[in-house]
Design a protein around this ligand. Structure first.
Ligand code: GDP
Length: 140
């Protein structure tokens, strides 16, 4: 078993889809290990997405991620990182496969319902961004 980080994004929060998305992920075989509701500051969102700094969509992405509360969640499964990327689908919902979270719930390439870590190294960094060891190690 290993872990990855998802974030339910502001568009899904505002349209009341957070519960459906979490249920979808549980049905897909993930266990929720830790979860919280946070309102990101501009500095926090800018830091979280700093890998995209300088890209044309960066400022808008930071504005979007601070526009409503979000739910970071640690998900556990075999091969969690790859499994979650497959479950959420392509960045642009128009390109996402049928039955994926983004195909079902995303509005657009930016307002795409959910974030998922893209490597084990990034999963560790992103989990540590939102959660303490107390939460990360809490459930046996
Ligand atoms: P992800 O790993 O599938 O989330 O995609 P990326 O890491 O490439 O991008 C991070 C986030 O930035 C995406 O989930 C979108 O919310 C946003 N984003 C990525 N590409 C674009 C784009 O071309 N235009 C806009 N407006 N937003 C984008």
């Amino acid at each position: 078993m290993n872990q990855t980080l998802a974030i339910i994004k502001p568009d899904a929060m505002e349209s009341g889809k957070a519960g459906k998305i979490l249920a979808h992920l549980e049905a897909a075989g993930f266990t929720i290990q830790a979860l919280r509701l946070v309102s990101l500051s501009e500095a926090q969102a800018a830091e979280f997405y700093s890998v995209h700094k300088g890209k044309p969509f960066y400022d808008q992405l930071v504005a979007f991620m601070t526009s409503a509360p979000v739910i970071p969640v640690i998900l556990e499964a075999e091969n969690a990182v790859l499994k979650l990327r497959e479950a959420i689908g392509a960045t642009d919902p128009r390109e996402a496969k049928e039955g994926t979270v983004r195909k079902l719930y995303a509005e657009s390439k930016e307002r795409n319902a959910i974030h998922a870590s893209d490597s084990d190294a990034n999963a560790n960094t992103e989990i540590a961004f939102f959660f303490s060891n107390y939460e990360r190690l809490g459930v046996d």
